[in-house]
Design a protein around this ligand. Structure first.
Ligand SMILES: Cc1cc2nc3c(=O)[nH]c(=O)nc-3n(C[C@H](O)[C@H](O)[C@H](O)COP(=O)(O)O)c2cc1C
Length: 209
């Protein structure tokens, strides 16, 4: 079993987060897993530009050419991924959030509903998402209650359903927005129309600048 730990502490291998990760890795390796540590602070990861190209122009591929290309392959090449992050202002660190935003090429643009009836994205049908995610965090304050935001965040993130893939074909690259309306099996969800509208707004915004 391949486990990849993505560590979002700016202190990298010297941080308290890695101190905990090392113990986790020891146990996992004893149980036969192969564990790899990725220190996000050592990587070049640009901010998501919100262009939706990875959904509507080049499905699954981000326009930014940086270390995320390799990191996405590490995600899809793992059975389990671990989000390891210090608690920063009641949340994940900025490094971790930036990394999480850039995972969006792995998600299917279509809306699905989770068990609470809330809209979420499933994983794309043509990529291997890890079967499980795990979270390791630590804080300065001693109470468990400080992790409330993280609990909510990762529960929502796990709704990406790392093991459940979209049953629809991945978007093709026939043009921004259009491919969705053509292939969408459920017009009632309205996600294709919304995405197309969002794409048009982004394109119009770009033209104005
Ligand atoms: C910018 C910043 C924000 C932080 N915010 C919180 C916080 O909201 N709650 C908390 O309990 N600790 C907070 N801490 C403390 C860290 O979570 C704590 O020092 C942690 O052990 C750091 O892990 P690391 O050494 O792996 O980076 C913060 C630390 C920094 C530098």
């Amino acid at each position: 079993m391949k486990i990849t730990v993505f560590n979002g502490s700016p202190r990298g291998a010297n941080g308290n987060t890695h101190f905990i990760v090392k113990e986790f890795a020891k146990g996992a390796e004893e149980a036969g897993a192969e564990v790899e540590n990725v220190f996000l602070v050592t990587k070049t990861i640009g901010h998501c530009r919100g262009c939706f190209s990875c959904w509507v122009v080049t499905p699954g591929k981000c326009v930014i050419e940086d270390d995320m290309t390799d990191l996405l392959q590490r995600v899809t090449g793992s059975d389990v991924i671990v989000f390891a992050t210090p608690l920063y202002v009641d949340n994940v660190s900025g490094l971790m959030k930036n990394f999480m935003d850039r995972l969006i090429p792995l998600a299917d643009p279509h809306f699905s509903r989770d068990e609470n009836g809330e809209c979420r994205h499933l994983g794309r049908g043509d990529v291997n998402l890890p079967r499980k995610i795990a979270v390791i965090s630590n804080s300065g304050f001693p109470e468990q209650s400080h992790f409330q935001v993280l609990r909510l965040l990762f529960r929502a993130t796990s709704a990406l359903n790392w093991s459940v893939k979209s049953t629809e074909a991945p978007a093709n690259s026939s043009g921004p927005g259009m491919s969705f309306s053509r292939r969408c099996s459920s017009a009632t969800r309205g996600c294709c129309a919304r995405l197309a509208a969002s794409w048009s707004r982004t394109a119009a915004f770009r033209k104005r600048r």
